[in-house]
Design a protein around this ligand. Structure first.
Ligand code: ADP
Ligand code: GN1
Ligand code: MG
Length: 372
């Protein structure tokens, strides 16, 4: 159907202040179509939500209302939904749902860790996010994407994409495909642990990449965790692991020059220090020990999703050029290879944190930045 309303008119359906001056594409998210709305008084974020990926908009928005209300009660800065003039959390125009958020001003969303300090700060913020949601009633939440981090299920989807080979690309990418086939035996470790209870089920963010956290432009402190679409029951290993996947790399997720893509144990340590300094009272021994594996699992899972999407003709993640998902898959493969190489180092780092935070009297004086 032909669009009858321009984006500016869509923006005017919401309770925003001032005259709309412009609506421009914004940010680097792979899922929703994000716009910056500039008015004569304020800035806003408007998003056309991806209904292929999130088919139930009402339930998705209800989750976000519940989570943001819960966080706000704990005095956390969080997404502020701007309702429509009909007092709804979203509107549908030409069959497409849109939502509006207040723009969180004076912040930076990084696609690459600028230094260890910012990444440690991100670790603290995602650790605190776990704490903040510890008492949230998970039964209130709709599972917005079923089996989101079910790695064996993701692997089956990947194999199906290889079998179907709809674009005829399989023959040229044997190395990348074999990389994931060879690691099949590893994929069930976390889902098995959740199933048998050895890994606790918690309320988790599930999409903890660095650009989903807004860092204050002046103080470099974390201000708000955004992109709450996938807040669902999950494992702490997912949140830790996905942050490491994205942020403990020396290069962008879509860096085409693979020679500059490296897994940084220094960045791993910085994030781990921040994260564990916040969750040491609730993290279990098993979770702590599995933090490196969680990192590798999320990196393998995301890479096979990128590669499957490339083989399927780029139907899921937003892409800027045809090989974009292939390039992303290759960075993820490189990171996994190096995580495997540095397995002793990462496990030593975790052992050091166990020693620092969990075997002594947890006095606040030992904790970085003044305590948990
Ligand atoms: P996607 O689901 O596509 O990843 P996000 O909700 O993460 O979309 O938004 C994409 C980007 O837009 C974010 O990475 C961030 O840079 C920016 N962004 C989103 N919401 C806000 C906000 N309320 N204030 C400022 N920037 C935002
Ligand atoms: C997507 O929405 P965004 O861009 O923050 C994806 C994540 C991937 C990530 C890879 C709902 O995150 O699972 O890890 O891309 N989100 C969804 O960059 O699939
Ligand atoms: Mg995002």
């Amino acid at each position: 159907m032909q669009s009858t309303l321009q984006l500016i008119d869509v923006a005017k359906l919401f309770k925003i202040h001032g005259d709309v001056l412009s609506v421009e594409p914004y940010g680097d998210g792979h899922i929703n179509t994000t716009y910056l709305v500039l008015t004569s008084e304020h800035r806003y974020i408007m998003q056309q939500m991806n209904t292929t990926i999130f088919p139930n908009t009402a339930k998705l928005m209800r989750n976000i209302e519940l989570v943001t209300e819960f966080l706000r009660k704990q005095h956390k800065e969080t997404l502020e939904i701007i309702p429509t003039k009909q007092d709804s959390s979203y509107c549908v125009v030409d069959d497409k749902p849109y939502r509006m958020y207040a723009f969180i001003e004076n912040t930076i969303s990084y696609n690459l860790s600028p230094n260890k300090e910012v990444f440690q700060e991100a670790g603290e913020a995602f650790g605190e996010f776990q704490n903040d949601l510890a008492l949230f009633d998970a039964s209130l939440l709709t599972e917005t994407i079923a089996d989101f981090h079910n790695t064996p299920k993701r692997f089956n989807d990947f194999k199906k994409a290889v079998e179907e080979d709809v674009c005829g690309r399989v023959k040229d990418h044997k190395r990348e495909i074999d990389f994931y086939l060879e690691r099949e035996a590893q994929y069930s470790k976390i889902v098995d642990g959740l199933r048998d209870g050895s890994i606790p089920l918690r309320v988790t963010h599930n999409d903890t990449k660095l650009n989903n956290i807004l860092i204050d432009a002046q103080t470099h402190k974390a201000r708000a965790i955004i992109d709450l679409d996938t807040v669902m029951p999950g494992s702490m290993l997912y949140d830790f692991g996905d942050s490491i996947r994205f942020g403990a790399s020396t290069a962008l997720e879509d860096e085409p020059n693979i020679d500059i893509v490296h897994f940084s144990t220094e960045l791993f340590e910085a994030f781990a220090v921040g994260f564990v300094s916040k969750v040491y009272a609730s993290i279990t021994d098993t979770e702590l020990e599995l933090l490196p594996l969680g990192s590798k699992m999320m990196t393998m899972e995301c890479g096979m999703r990128f590669l499957a999407d490339y083989l399927q003709g780029n139907v899921y993640f937003a892409t800027k050029y045809p090989e974009h998902n292939l390039v992303r898959a290759r960075t993820q493969i490189r990171l996994v290879e190096e995580m495997e190489q540095y397995v002793q180092q990462t496990s030593d780092i975790i052992a050091g944190l166990r020693e620092q935070f969990m075997t002594k009297d947890p006095g606040a004086s030992q904790l970085p930045h003044g305590g948990a």
